[in-house]
Design a protein around this ligand. Structure first.
Ligand code: BTN
Length: 271
């Protein structure tokens, strides 16, 4: 398996490495490490990064995940060999820790593009970085940033995308690309499209800075519409207006107050 020196266990589970190539125009997935099964691609990415065996551009894909991790410590379940679970390693040189939400925006925009390329329904980004078709979740993103002082040294961008699973628990209010399109998709083609899309947003962001990611706010779910939210544990009606540079949602709360809140204080009320 070429230069991959991972642990014996990881090597045993590794099925292919598409080696880095100078010819490839793809920034991400270069190399692409494919595993039959892992606990979590985010966990493996962190381990490889710590050992110096992953670098900017490396992407890790698992065809099954035993202990996928979701936001707020929840479990992320994928249908083996039907859905996508991947982690992209980035080293955003010089990115200030207080500007790290740019990574969430780029990832959410790339997933949004990919879903929208296949689906005719209304595709939106639910703050901070879920992707919905209508009101059903099709993808979730979990980002782990490694800080060095006031800078982001490395970031692991974990993406779970429901591709060909058509047997989703109704309680999850979820969907998949196959359910939306009525046909099975080529999962690996979707993966390459997603990596390509992420590379495009990355290049735009590198070239022109945060202004390149303004589309994020335009694609927000429930933007300028009243929605039930929980603010400091209390149910309120609020209207999402924008996102500030720290990634906090700027909302107008019933009664007229306009303020920015982070996930520690505000979330959409569970559906
Ligand atoms: C969410 O809760 O919406 C975020 C889900 C993120 C799941 C992905 S699957 C690939 C990567 N590995 C993990 O363990 N989690 C992320």
């Amino acid at each position: 398996m070429g230069a991959f020196k991972g642990s014996e266990l990881l090597s045993a589970l590794l099925i292919t490495v598409s080696p880095p190539t100078r010819m490839s125009s793809s920034l991400f997935g270069n190399p692409l490490l494919q595993f039959a099964e892992l606990d979590s691609t985010n966990k493996t990415a962190a381990e490889l990064l710590a050992r110096g065996e992953a670098r900017h551009g490396t992407a890790i894909v698992a065809h099954a995940q035993r202990h996928g991790v979701g936001q707020r410590g929840r479990t992320w379940t994928m249908a083996p060999a039907l859905d996508l679970a991947l982690s992209i390693v980035t080293e955003p040189h010089g990115l200030r820790a207080d500007a790290q939400f740019a990574l969430s925006k780029a990832a959410a925009l790339a997933v949004h593009d990919t879903v929208r390329d296949h689906v005719s329904g209304d595709v939106r980004i639910k703050w901070p970085n879920d992707v919905l078709v209508g009101r059903h979740k099709v993808a979730g993103i979990l980002i782990r940033n490694e800080l060095s002082g006031d800078r982001v040294a490395a970031s692991i961008i974990g993406i779970g995308l429901n591709v060909n699973n058509t047997d989703l628990d109704p309680a999850l209010v979820a969907t998949s690309l196959a359910l939306e399109t009525g046909r099975a998709l080529d999962r690996m083609a979707v993966l390459h499209e997603l990596l390509e899309r992420f590379g495009q947003w990355w290049r735009r962001w590198e070239a022109t800075g945060d202004a390149a990611l303004e589309a994020y706010a335009e694609r927000l779910w429930m933007r300028n519409r009243w929605a039930a939210m929980e603010l400091d544990g209390a149910l309120v009606q609020a209207r999402a207006m924008d996102v500030d540079s720290l990634g906090r949602l700027i909302v107008e709360v019933e009664g007229g107050t306009v303020a920015a809140y982070g996930l520690d204080r505000l979330r959409f009320a569970p559906r």
